[in-house]
Design a protein around this ligand. Sequence first.
Ligand code: HEM
Length: 472
Amino acid sequence: VADLSAAAQAPPHGRRPPVVGGLGGLGNAVALMRDPAAFFVDAYRRHGPVFRMRALGRGGIVLAGPEAAIFLNSRVGRDSLTSRPFWQGMVEEFGATEVVNGAEGERHHRLRGLMRDGFSRQAMRGRYADLVAGTDAALDRRCTVGGWTSVLELAQQIAAEQIGRLMIGSAPVAHVEDIRVAMLVVLNVLVARVRPRSQLRSRRYLEARRGVDALIDDIVRDFRARETGGCPLDSATAAVLRANRDTPELMPDSNVTLTLLGPFIAGIDSMANSLAACIYGILKHPEALRRVRDEADALFADDGIDEGGIRQAPAINGAMLEGMRLWPNAVAQVRTTTRDFAFAGYRIPAGERVYFGTTVPHYMAEFFPEPYRFDVDRYARPRAEHLQKGAYSPFGRGPHSCLGQGMAEGLMALGIARIFHRYDLALPSPDYVLKMRATPSPGPAPSFVASVRGERHPARRVTERMAAEAAA
Ligand code: HEM
């Protein structure tokens, strides 16, 4: 049997990856802060799929392009990489021993299995009335006819309502800001390591952490009351708490808080950034706006909406996928190599921090003709440009790819449909160009506002059909 191990394939004296030119001590920090997606694309075009970047004394090897996306899914990729060190600081800060993002092997597999159903698109089944009501609540809080709305904040509120209702039965309105602040500090200080550790002792952070702990206490109390009362909640939250009770070796007490926060940490900002980008793309393109509105109005014509209806709305789904292609929320995935391996003729040594630029192909005309054009028809067959190998990775690649992808896609499509059915929004001007920010994760800048020109369809009371759906 041929020895196909990664080490056996690695060239013994590999070339050194080219270093991307930068600005003295700052290295590539400025370009990365300005537009990380553009930085990776530009470096890939100049240097190929392997290069080294530097950012303020840090940095690492970058593997980019379709080659990198395909590698993450490969056997060698799975066997040679770990994401544990990247998340370890956050795990320790919460007094935990492990979280699904940093787990590997058999335990990782079991942890994903625990939450898979609760994070899937099927988890929305029977919950559409509630999700529409939550989306309406956020819309009505943030949209006043004749005024302006911050699109990012609107999207954050919609995401918090939707995820909160699915995970714990209600939006954690009082604690959304606590979660945001706590995670911002933790991610900046302990994961991205771009802020000083002193932030972990700041009053703002400590107060937010107390709010987060109070939220988790409420969730656990509510779970126990529901179980005792005979009406258990069917959600990923309940699955985690049951595992804590029934298989504590898999979900010990120490890991409950961080795991329960998972969907809020992983879901709210990523969905909000992506949704805000989709809203921009739709508002910027009048023909897409017209089609999205037509589909949305048809979906809500009889006040009912279901899975089948949403799936058959090509412009809405195309706009959702196109928003994530052009303005991806996760530009790169970070791993540490656990052993030497070969990649594109280079030897990548063990113990290196490696960035996987999996969204580079999003901007390659080889996969997406006229790549910078917002074209909602790319995704329908026969074009289906996103299905080409290694082409489209807004949800990452490999064993740690997004567990909430199905749910996120369903929720965003529902959100887009409801926003454009309910309100007549417009950009500040037709030539407005979206500004992006790079931290804490790439997404539309908070300065992105839309004018609320009118209410197209007021929220009607949930019809009997939808109420019956919710009751069932
Ligand atoms: C548009 C919205 C979203 C985007 C763009 C997104 C993107 C991603 C990406 C790129 C990863 C891989 C990170 C890595 O490999 O290091 C990831 C992982 C993950 N996501 Fe999402 N995500 C979204 C929404 C959600 C939602 C709504 C949930 C749950 C309710 C969720 C749960 C997770 C989990 C649990 C992981 C870790 C999986 C593992 O390590 O095995 N995500 N997500």
